[in-house]
Design a protein around this ligand. Structure first.
Ligand SMILES: Nc1ncnc2c1ncn2[C@@H]1O[C@H](COP(=O)(O)OP(=O)(O)O)[C@@H](O)[C@H]1O
Ligand SMILES: [Mg+2]
Length: 218
């Protein structure tokens, strides 16, 4: 039995006007620490919804969700927000870098938000960008970076706080094959090094086949 993530008998419906769309009915999921879990399924099957529920951004109708051995229904919204800040990192299909900040500032941002001193944050961010072969891009803004470079900056930003869990929503959806492979190599290296749990929605069969656990949504 998992003490890390345990979702039991989850129900989730959305209302769209008069219509009710059932996304999950008695859905179960267990994830162990350090696992790579892939979530596959066609567009509209609920991949993003599941990631949002796991990150406590979206809620659900019935069922239970235990995170780190604690029922999340015990938490207030502020507590959920703090849990998210301390334990989760996010990677999106569209990279979502802050446009008004350069690569170094983007990667340092999560540390600064958490109260790490500015000079220390920049030093750590600079080291992280080096690991991602991006030291020559520190001062570049997102419109001066290729898609693959932007996603590497986004991954550096997600892992710099050493989160317990990384939520990745189709992180290679906007990248060609060569860049996808390169970006994922950096991602897998980071999660192995820091024993980070990776939960990734993907359309890519090759990536999904590398996961320890597969969730295939209809
Ligand atoms: N906030 C919402 N309100 C109503 N319907 C939604 C909402 N979010 C998602 N949906 C619907 O739920 C279904 C699953 O969406 P989503 O989780 O984004 O799927 P996927 O990520 O697999 O493409 C879709 O039919 C979508 O239209
Ligand atoms: Mg989606």
């Amino acid at each position: 039995m998992s003490n890390f993530i345990k979702i039991n008998n989850l129900d989730k419906t959305f209302s769209q006007g008069d219509r009710r769309i059932e996304i999950f009915n008695n859905f179960n999921l267990e994830v162990e620490m350090g696992e790579f879990v892939s979530i596959t399924g066609p567009s509209g099957s609920g991949k993003t919804t599941l990631l949002q529920i796991i990150a406590m951004i979206d809620n659900f109708d019935n069922g239970s969700y235990n995170l780190f051995g604690q029922d999340i229904s015990d938490y207030s919204n502020v507590e959920k927000c703090n849990m998210r800040l301390q334990n989760f990192g996010f990677i999106y299909q569209s990279f979502n870098l802050l446009e008004d900040f350069n690569a170094l500032e983007n990667v340092a941002m999560p540390l600064i938000i958490r109260g790490v001193e500015k000079s220390e944050s920049y030093k750590l961010a600079s080291n992280m960008l080096k690991l991602f072969n991006l030291d020559h891009r520190e001062g570049h803004y997102s419109n001066e970076l290729s898609g693959g470079e932007q996603q590497r900056v986004a991954i550096a930003r997600a892992v710099i706080t050493k989160p317990k869990i990384i939520i990745a929503d189709e992180p290679t959806g906007n990248l060609d094959k060569e860049n996808s492979t390169q970006v994922l190599d950096f991602l897998f290296k980071s999660i192995e090094k820091d024993k980070i749990t990776l939960i990734m929605a993907t359309h890519n069969e090759e990536i999904a086949s590398r996961s320890v656990k597969r969730v295939d949504l209809e």
